[in-house]
Design a protein around this ligand. Structure first.
Ligand SMILES: *Cc1c(COP(=O)(O)O)cnc(C)c1O
Length: 397
């Protein structure tokens, strides 16, 4: 059995959790939380962070702090995990779905087209969607599968249109720019807000957990306040607004401390296995060239030829075949704009997302994956594809 993605908890997790339990700090207070926040700040270069319950909670906190609410629009990608989108609804706003570029992240060119052709500036300083008659307040850039969205373009577009830029870096802990305007900058530390997830399937885990960041200290202070029921004092329990129970627990943070110690090792293994898959002849979606990606998830591209035979996707047959061999893979998520709760929302010129939806298969990528596993998976995929699409050799480029 070769799993898709399982956590690796062979470091100091047990030790740190035992220590936390021994000290009696089991809930949302305790020394491990600020230790984890400090360690994460020095790793990521984020100036201010607040640990919280999940990546979803972190996004909810960011949108709430940004005062995005009822009647507002938030531009977001059609290809992402639904947790990137749902918080838009939690605050009463509405998503406008955009296509991806060849990094699988939101397409900045189409974002610019959308704003220039479909929106207009109005007296209150915001750009309004002319059809929906609502202002575009925020854009959520998701760094999909550990890749980096095109932040250079997105920052410029958001600045020019008075849009708050939120980075969903749930999958991109450790990804950074090597070159360009943001050289040395980590995913999540470039926009107005950044959010991370430490769920069990992410590159590092706290069992469940998240982190919210912003370069503006007041924003992070407010998100922390919101996450602890917006309590203004410890004795009389006064609250100055409606908050949430979103704080991370000391036990979660203890796991996170141990995981963070291993993050660079995890990235190295993931990168090596990614390269090995490619060396064995698989066409994997590349990571952005001027970035050092964390290589969290690998996206194999099924050949376009024979993608559909008798209405069936080659992708589905491949996943089924590999499953029979004990190799766990999965397709990309169902596109967000096609989910029943978002089907009436605006989806602007979505094209490439469909193609990737039909062709991407996520391959086993755990850090426990061996070279022999990688070779076996690659061999099985290639023999399946050769059998189904004999004329197919390899995609170029
Ligand atoms: C996992 C994930 C989230 C949500 O994080 P949770 O901690 O599971 O709430 C949000 N966005 C993306 C892209 C994710 O992969």
């Amino acid at each position: 059995m070769i799993p898709l993605s399982v956590p690796n908890i062979n470091g100091n997790e047990l030790k740190y959790v035992s220590e936390a339990l021994g000290e009696g700090w089991v809930s949302t207070g305790g020394p491990s939380i600020s230790k984890f926040e400090d360690a994460f700040m020095s790793y990521s270069g984020a100036e201010y962070v607040t640990a919280c319950q999940s990546g979803t909670a972190a996004l909810h906190l960011a949108l709430t702090d940004a005062r995005v609410g009822s009647g507002d629009l938030v531009v977001a990608p059609a290809i992402t995990f639904i947790a990137s989108i749902n918080p838009i609804s939690y605050v009463g706003a509405e998503p406008v779905f955009l296509d991806c570029d060849d990094s699988l992240c939101i397409d900045p060119v189409k974002a610019e087209y959308y704003l220039c052709e479909e929106c207009e500036p109005r007296g209150d300083g915001f750009w309004y969607d002319k059809t929906l008659n609502k202002p575009v307040k925020a854009l959520i850039a998701v760094h999909l599968f550990g890749n980096m969205a095109d932040m250079e373009k997105l920052v410029a577009i958001c600045k020019a249109h008075n849009i708050i830029l939120i980075e969903d870096a749930a999958e991109a802990v450790g990804t950074f720019y090597k070159k360009g305007a943001y050289a040395g900058k980590m995913a999540g530390t470039i926009g107005d807000y950044g959010v991370y997830s430490f769920n069990g399937n992410k590159i590092i885990t706290t069992s469940g957990g998240g982190m919210a960041t912003s370069p503006v200290s007041g924003r992070v202070r407010h998100m922390r306040h919101l996450a602890s029921q917006a309590k203004t004092d410890e004795i009389y329990y006064f609250h100055d607004e409606i908050g949430f129970n979103y704080r991370m627990t000391n036990i979660q943070a203890a796991i996170g401390l141990a995981q963070l110690e291993q993050l660079e090792t995890f990235i190295k293994i993931k990168q090596a296995n990614y390269n090995l898959y490619r060396k064995n002849g698989l066409d994997l979606v590349p990571f952005r060239k001027n970035c050092q990606a964390n290589h969290w998830f690998y996206s194999y591209l099924c050949p376009p030829e024979g993608c559909e035979s008798g209405g069936k996707l080659l992708r589905d047959d491949l996943i089924k075949r590999l499953g029979m061999l004990g190799i766990h893979t999965r397709p990309i998520w169902g596109l967000c704009h096609e989910q029943p709760m978002y089907i009436t929302c605006r989806a602007y010129k979505i094209e490439r997302a469909y193609e990737y939806y039909r062709r991407v298969v996520n391959l086993p990528c755990s850090t426990s994956l061996t070279a022999a596993d990688v070779c076996l998976v690659a061999e099985e995929i290639l023999s399946f594809v050769k059998n189904r699409v004999p004329e197919y050799t390899r995609l170029t480029g």
